[in-house]
Ligand binder design. Structure first.
Ligand SMILES: NC(=O)C1=CN([C@@H]2O[C@H](COP(=O)(O)OP(=O)(O)OC[C@H]3O[C@@H](n4cnc5c(N)ncnc54)[C@H](O)[C@@H]3O)[C@@H](O)[C@H]2O)C=CC1
Ligand SMILES: O=C(CO)COP(=O)(O)O
Length: 346
């Protein structure tokens, strides 16, 4: 669909009252996408001073420096006001904080509205995907939950660079409603019913991006990175399929697409965290230096627990964990060489 057709679609589409919870780089960018698709959007910022900055100056200087936000976009630090009358609710907080946020909003989410995860992590301790945490904490029918994922580096989208994403839900109607609200002239959402594959694609590419950052920090070049990306996609696909995801989802925007974007960009926090590790910083120093979330650092342990439970081997992810724990030197991260499986055809 060309830009003009998308603009017509956005203008002709229904104007909805939408709530986005989490005013970090992705929550703010997604709120901008929704507002520029012709919706009335209210963004929840936990800190009142950030809510004031967004509403009054149309800027979020901590998370999206240099970006002008839409005039119509307002932020509020009262989650009650943000959720009041919302026709769709989007969640964009760090994965390890989701359960705590849901406990606050459990009784405030309007009945029967879609709840959408924009997050790309699994919960430590439970190893649950974000849609599973939402289902558990809010007691929702899974058909009301959608996940959005894809090659979606926030700053590029905030600059309106043309981008595509996947909206997945067990309910075709929920997926279509969310995709329609979230599609605008520069952001195109495709629909999919494979929630598991879509969610795991976003989680697993973060881990491969950490590996890429590590070898980049060591100083290895394109051959090493291409080898890790290619074997990483095979590892991601085997894992997701073992849990019921579809291989074609991993070959699409939410898998390969996001892997390319995240592994190739210095904007990626996972890639950046890996690079610092590869340059010799200890994990604690890396975490101190990052002022935004790098989901892969927390997801690695629960992903490996899940893999072990299903008998899936993940040589790259295992070596990332060893680098994080200081038991493997970054220069030795070469899982495509050390994999002890039968020699592979590719
Ligand atoms: N930034 C990006 O390019 C993209 C990020 N994502 C995903 O979006 C999710 C959110 O990430 P970002 O916005 O990038 O992170 P961020 O680090 O930029 O912002 C996180 C926001 O959540 C807030 N927060 C933290 N704990 C909270 C709590 N307990 N209650 C309420 N708010 C809390 C922080 O104050 C901050 O505003 C992650 O799962 C990430 O993987 C997905 C696609 C793109
Ligand atoms: O998910 C992302 C791009 O699709 C953002 O990646 P990072 O969380 O590594 O910045």
């Amino acid at each position: 669909m060309n830009t003009e057709a998308l603009r017509t679609l956005a203008v002709a589409g229904q104007r909805r009252r939408l709530a986005v919870l989490g005013a970090g780089s992705w929550g703010t960018t997604f709120a901008k996408v929704l507002a520029e698709g012709g919706n009335d959007v209210v963004l929840w910022a936990r800190r009142p001073e950030l809510a004031r900055e967004i509403s009054e100056t149309k800027r979020n200087s901590d998370y999206l420096r240099g970006i002008n936000l839409p005039i119509s976009l307002v932020a509020d630090s009262s989650v009650e006001r943000v959720l009041d009358g919302a026709e769709q609710v989007y969640l964009s907080v760090p994965s390890q904080s989701l359960r705590e946020v849901l406990a606050q909003v459990r009784d405030l989410i309007p009945a029967d509205v879609p709840v959408v995860s924009l997050m790309k992590g699994v919960e430590k301790g439970t190893a649950l995907r974000m849609s599973e945490v939402i289902c558990q904490e809010l007691g929702l029918d899974s058909g009301r939950i959608a996940v959005a994922s894809g090659p979606n580096l926030a700053l590029e989208i905030a600059k309106r660079q043309p981008t595509a994403a996947v909206v997945a839900s067990e309910s075709a109607q929920t997926a279509a409603e969310v995709a329609s609200a979230a599609t605008n002239p520069y952001f195109r959402c495709f629909v999919n019913s494979d929630v598991i594959g879509t969610e795991f694609g976003g989680v697993l590419k973060n881990l491969i991006a950490v590996a890429i950052g590590i070898v980049d920090g060591v100083g290895y070049g394109e051959n090493t990175k291409a080898s890790i990306i290619t074997r990483g996609l095979a590892e991601m696909t085997e894992f997701a399929v073992a849990f019921g995801g579809r291989p074609e989802t991993l070959a699409g925007l939410a898998g390969l697409g996001d892997l390319i974007a995240t592994c190739g960009s210095p904007l990626s926090r996972n890639n950046t965290a890996g690079r610092l590790l590869g340059q010799g910083y200890a994990l604690a120093d890396v975490v101190r230096q990052m002022n935004q979330v790098a989901e892969g650092l927390a997801s690695v342990a629960p992903v490996l627990e899940l893999a072990e439970a299903k008998g899936v081997t993940m040589p790259i992810v295992s070596q990332v964990q060893q680098v994080l724990s200081g038991t493997l030197a970054p220069r030795d991260l070469a899982p495509h060489l050390t994999d002890t499986d039968e020699p592979q055809g590719e």
